[in-house]
Ligand binder design. Structure first.
Ligand SMILES: NC(=O)c1ccc[n+]([C@@H]2O[C@H](COP(=O)([O-])OP(=O)(O)OC[C@H]3O[C@@H](n4cnc5c(N)ncnc54)[C@H](O)[C@@H]3O)[C@@H](O)[C@H]2O)c1
Length: 323
């Protein structure tokens, strides 16, 4: 059972909001809940939301990293804008306690970022215990459903809200990524979120916008410090040295993805019912975030809205950022 949860918490960099043309008060008065907000993408999201003026509630299973994330965010913004609530998103009691604490502290929740996942639940289905698949569905399906059911009714009541989900481009597992167990769980939540957009109806009428946002290969690492490949299994051919320099160039940072999230939230009504790849948001921002050839390639300087058919295609093979 892959119970260990990865935390890349201390690996943080300068926020990208200014370079993306986002004002520091763009989300003033808004309150956001970020599940899995204690590390990597979620932390980049939480820091960027707070940097754009929002109050943030970090809901994460990792108590140590979550508390430290809230401390850092409060410190870097010079205001008491971040709250950490230890939360296992698969637990109804935890989600209810999260809502109670968020409402007690900030009075409302306007933005729900469903981002939590245990990235170690990434095995092949034939080689994994079924409990891994149960957990993948629990975090990605049940966890998202519980949060949606807890927070969306009040958003509808106030006619003001946004719900997003950190989707993946990999809705079946390409060989280089692996992870049937991961991909199956992620697909469950994407289906739930995209269907929720239809279930709620036009955002212009309900005031609540729902869309999926696929982060784009987010990992920060020093290529020179990466370990050599593990020795081959008996009978397996010698493993080639991996080109970490090339991989590092393809990757984007949590702060870049955080800026892309805020940029998208500011256009949420327009994006209602869409699946969106961060690479396209980077293009729309006109921002030279990544040297990835796909980002540098010519593109329409606006959101590429994905139709249902596009989504089906994108989710069926490796997406734009990984060509
Ligand atoms: N890293 C990428 O390139 C990438 C690409 C596409 C999609 N995503 C998605 O983005 C999200 C974040 O990815 P990441 O790379 O930052 O992962 P990460 O492992 O660095 O962070 C995930 C966070 O979720 C938390 N978490 C795990 N299980 C939880 C639970 N049951 N309840 C609450 N919190 C829990 C962890 O403690 C951690 O802080 C994931 O949903 C992932 O599937 C990531």
């Amino acid at each position: 059972m892959a119970e260990t949860v990865i935390s890349t918490f201390l690996n943080i960099g300068r926020l990208e909001l200014e370079r993306a043309g986002i004002r520091r008060d763009a989300l003033k008065e808004e309150v956001a809940v970020v599940t899995g907000g204690a590390s990597n993408i979620g932390l980049g999201y939480a820091r960027s939301l707070a940097g754009a003026g929002a109050n943030v509630v970090i809901a994460d299973i990792n108590a140590e990293a979550g508390a430290e994330a809230a401390r850092v965010i409060n410190e870097e913004n010079g205001r008491d804008c971040a709250l950490f609530v230890k939360t296992d998103v698969t637990s109804d009691e935890d989600i209810k306690a999260l809502a109670a604490k968020a409402f007690a502290r900030f009075g409302k929740v306007d933005i729900l970022i469903n981002n939590a996942m245990n990235m170690r639940l990434n095995g092949k289905i034939l080689e994994s215990p079924i409990s891994d698949l149960d957990r993948s569905y629990a975090i990605s399906g049940r966890g998202v459903a519980l949060a949606v059911k807890e927070f969306v009714p009040a958003m509808l009541g106030r006619k003001h809200g946004i719900v997003t989900y950190s989707a993946t481009q990999f809705h079946y597992a390409p060989p280089m990524i692996g992870g049937t167990v991961y991909c199956a769980g992620k697909a469950a939540a994407t289906s739930l979120i995209m269907s929720l957009a239809n279930e709620l109806g036009p955002a212009g009428e309900t005031g609540v916008s729902v869309f999926c946002l696929c982060p784009a290969g987010v990992m920060r690492f020093d290529p020179s410090k990466m370990p050599p490949p593990p020795p081959p299994e008996p009978g397996e051919p010698e493993r080639p040295e991996f080109d970490f320099e090339a991989l590092a160039k393809m990757m984007t940072t949590p702060e870049q993805n955080g800026a892309a999230l805020v940029f998208s939230l500011l256009r949420a009504e327009e994006l209602h019912g869409s699946g969106l790849i961060h690479i396209d948001v980077f293009k729309a921002m006109g921002h030279p975030f990544s040297e990835s050839p796909t980002v540098a390639a010519e593109g329409v300087p606006q959101f590429r809205r994905l139709s249902d058919m596009d989504l089906a295609m994108v989710f069926c093979y490796m997406g734009a950022g990984f060509e």
